[in-house]
Design a protein around this ligand. Structure first.
Ligand code: PGA
Length: 267
């Protein structure tokens, strides 16, 4: 009897923990959309997703953040940035700080996207500093990790992911890690049309959750939101979201059109 009660309690606990992780559909607009385009998109998206219970994030270009925030007022859509500097202010021509993002109404920021790592030389150490600053400034970080095609082919991908997690999350405590959204974005799947199969994506999300459980404990691992990114399209979304450890998606190309992004939100 006692044992039965314990099992029921355990199941309830698992359900409560799972419910805490509300599905998240995040769009990354990259270097697309002017302010008027962003505003028009948000009005249409908000209409097309009026009944959703899912969280919707849109990472806008810096110049469109303020207008996007204005257009998103009173909707379920949160606006964020795609990058930030690792210092709060200073002589860094062309850069944007966490404080500026925050002042313009951003609530989250993408850090360590593979395009930043590949084209702008961002390292795990730099991303770690940005992560600490984003948390301090109360911006929710979306930390991107993922292996290159040759790293997957050589079988070294878990080593790479382990290193990215270790170096980016070093020194963060459990309370901090549970606020980080981690996006697994295999670089070979970004913008290529080659989505990871739901099984591959689930295996890596499980790996990440286990990694967090070992480093920061089970509560932290159950709370942390893990999302998949890389050629997510409306037709593949349902099978990805069915996976136990996938809490959401980060969408590039398919977030540029209201129709496809709304289909992903409403899957
Ligand atoms: P994609 O981009 O959906 O176009 O592959 C994903 C991303 O870069 O976050």
């Amino acid at each position: 009897m006692n044992r039965q009660v314990t099992m029921i309690q355990l199941l309830e606990l698992i359900c409560i923990r799972h419910m805490r992780r509300i599905p998240l559909i995040a769009g990354n607009w990259k270097m697309y959309k002017t302010t008027p385009e962003a505003k028009e998109f948000i009005v249409a998206l908000s209409d097309a997703t009026a009944s959703t219970q899912r969280r919707i994030f849109l990472a806008a270009p810096f110049t469109a953040i303020e207008g996007a925030v204005e257009a998103a007022k009173g909707t379920k859509i949160s606006i964020g940035g795609q990058n930030m500097h690792d210092q709060l202010e200073g002589a860094y021509t062309g850069e944007i700080s966490a404080r500026m993002l925050k002042a313009n109404g951003a609530s989250f920021v993408i850090l360590g996207h593979s395009e930043r790592r590949q084209y702008f030389g961002e390292t795990n150490a730099l991303i770690h500093r940005k992560l600490l600053l984003a948390l301090k400034e109360e911006l929710t970080p979306i930390l991107c990790i993922g292996e290159l095609a040759h790293e997957r082919e050589s079988g070294d991908y878990l080593k790479i992911l382990n290193l990215q997690l270790k170096e980016c999350l070093q020194s963060l405590n459990a309370a901090q890690v549970s606020q980080v959204i981690i996006a697994y974005e295999p670089v070979w799947a970004i913008g290529t049309g080659k989505t990871a199969t739901p099984e591959i994506a689930q295996a890596i999300h499980r790996f990440i959750r286990n990694w967090i459980e070992e480093s920061h404990g089970i509560d932290c691992a159950e709370q942390v939101c893990l999302i998949y990114g890389g050629s997510v399209k409306p037709d593949g979304i349902a099978s990805l979201m069915q996976q136990t450890d996938i809490d959401g998606v980060l969408v590039g190309g398919a977030s540029l059109e209201v129709k496809s992004f709304a289909q992903i939100v409403n899957y």
